[in-house]
Design a protein around this ligand. Structure first.
Ligand SMILES: *Cc1c(COP(=O)(O)O)cnc(C)c1O
Length: 407
């Protein structure tokens, strides 16, 4: 455990990493600069859903590196339509089709925040063109405790003081309601509202899973008001909850979904908005874009990601490992090592009784497991979905040992 790169560095100090310097990764395991191995229970905040250097993903990247890496969107390339078809094939059947039907569209970007920005822009433009909202009055309803990224517009509707303070003036046009309270959300839907933007499970807020009737009630309220439901599944999507989308848990079909993190296979940033053709269709040439969005290398990796998810085995494994995780968390709760936890699929937020989430992560580091705190006394577990049952059991034994040292 050395901290050389973090203590002696010209890096801006916008992160406070645990004192470990990683040099290699393989599946659920990473190795530090002293040769010590750790089980990775953060998995890049779900960007590493398939583990480190998944062979199929690395092979797809290697092959594409030898063919074509970047074209810009000024020219088409052979993988772009294949990527769009594959992603629409995976996710499209899980989305609302809209009043006029039609196949869903895919808009590729790079980072998650860019996908969220894209969804916001599409929803606003759709609101003006299709709903006749008065110019510059479009409102988007968001949930308290949200995390949608770090751009100026996105932190404008964050209620996390660290994310916001000092970064104003902020972008207007957002209205915040409590997460999990469908009546409050319904009451916020006036004639200026064009969309509701939610994480179906709030990851950064501590893996907060809403009541079972919440998202269906949100969907019904959006339908009655003629408002779009935009699901930010950048962290919750692509298998994490045991399903392709977390929204499936409650049988809810969003109008637009933002994807990112795992879409890049842990190799490079790839994000996308997938959704109703009448909504994404409002974006015409020149109105939105990205130099790197949908580049050949990104498409090659993301296509391989979609191929991994298409059969459903990864989602099933996540659900099975999730049940094993749940059993271990129950035992930790019985022993008083956690005061409570929330879990969906292979994803959990744990509240520790002593110290902070950070001190818990430091104790876990000493036992050879990597995790990340969220807020205060909460830490998050999100192992690679491909972790073996034996490795997961080992990781949870180590976690239990670490939490015992805190009490
Ligand atoms: C990580 C995350 C984002 C932002 O993604 P970046 O790639 O970091 O820009 C947006 N929404 C959710 C739900 C996330 O977890």
């Amino acid at each position: 455990m050395t901290a050389t790169t973090t203590t002696v560095s010209r890096l801006a100090r916008n992160y406070a990493p645990l004192p470990v310097t990683l040099v290699a990764g393989d599946g659920a395991w990473v190795t530090d600069d002293e040769g010590r191995r750790y089980l990775d229970l953060l998995a890049g905040y779900s960007a590493l859903n398939f583990g480190h250097r998944h062979p199929a993903l690395v092979a797809a990247a290697h092959a594409q590196l030898d063919r074509l890496t970047l074209t810009s969107r000024a020219f088409d390339h052979d993988l772009l339509p294949r990527f769009a078809d594959a992603l629409a094939g995976l996710v499209g059947p899980l989305l609302a089709s809209g009043p006029s039907g039609g196949d869903p569209l895919v808009l590729p970007m790079n980072t998650g925040a860019e996908a969220v920005e894209t969804a916001i822009k599409a929803a606003r433009k759709w609101g003006y063109e299709a709903r006749g909202v008065a110019p510059d009055r479009a409102t988007i309803v968001v949930a308290a405790g949200n995390f949608h990224g770090r751009t100026t517009t996105i932190v404008s509707f964050s209620d996390d003081a660290d994310a916001r303070t000092g970064f104003g003036p902020f972008t207007p046009g957002f209205r915040t309601v409590p997460f999990g309270d469908a009546a409050a959300l319904r009451a916020a839907l006036d004639e200026t509202v064009v969309a509701v933007l939610l994480e179906p499970v709030q990851g950064e807020h501590g893996v907060v899973v809403p009541p079972d009737d919440y998202l269906p009630a949100v969907r019904a309220a959006c339908d009655e008001a003629g408002v779009l439901l935009v699901a930010d599944e950048i962290q919750s999507g692509l298998g994490r909850t045991g399903r392709t989308l977390a929204c499936e848990t409650w049988g809810v079909r969003p109008d637009l979904v933002t994807l990112g993190k795992a879409l890049g296979g842990g190799i490079l940033p790839v994000s996308a908005v997938v959704g109703r053709c009448d909504v994404l269709g409002v974006l015409t040439p020149g109105t939105h874009g990205s130099t790197f969005g949908g580049n050949p290398l990104a498409c090659a990796v993301a296509l391989a990601v979609v191929d991994l998810l298409a059969p459903g085995d990864v989602q099933a494994a996540a659900a099975a490992r999730g049940r094993e995780l749940g059993a271990a968390l129950d035992a930790m709760a019985d022993e008083g090592l956690v005061t409570g936890y929330r879990r969906l699929g292979l994803w959990a937020g744990l509240d520790v009784p002593h110290g902070t989430g950070r001190t818990a992560c430091e104790a876990m580091l000493r036992e050879g497991v990597l995790a990340k705190d969220t807020h205060g006394r909460t830490l998050r577990l999100a192992p690679p979905l491909t972790i073996s049952p034996a490795d997961l059991a080992e990781a949870l034994t180590r976690t239990t040992t670490a939490l015992r040292t805190l009490s």
